[in-house]
Design a protein. Structure first.
Length: 85
């Protein structure tokens, strides 16, 4: 089984520049395109991007968003299918 390809650091740098240290679900959507409803579903299922919960406030750490992107970067759909099994 092959490992996900690491996103070039210049790509991650560009994404990182768009993120705050702690990001709302809307900010994560604006950066990644992952709908806030999907982020909410993932939170309820215990998967996806790790999150910080402070009372009713949900935030995503910049480092967790960047790590999620890196872990889910592939060079082909076949590689992605292998990584998701």
């Amino acid at each position: 089984m092959s490992m996900p390809t690491v996103t070039p650091s210049s790509d991650l740098d560009a994404i990182a520049a768009q993120l705050d240290p702690l990001n709302s679900p809307q900010q994560v959507f604006n950066t990644t395109g992952i709908p806030t409803s999907t982020l909410a579903f993932w939170r309820s299922e215990g998967r996806g991007i790790p999150f910080v919960k402070m009372g009713r406030v949900v935030r995503y750490k910049k480092s967790d968003v960047l790590d999620f992107i890196s872990r889910n970067t592939y060079t082909s759909t076949a590689e992605a299918k292998e990584g998701n099994q």
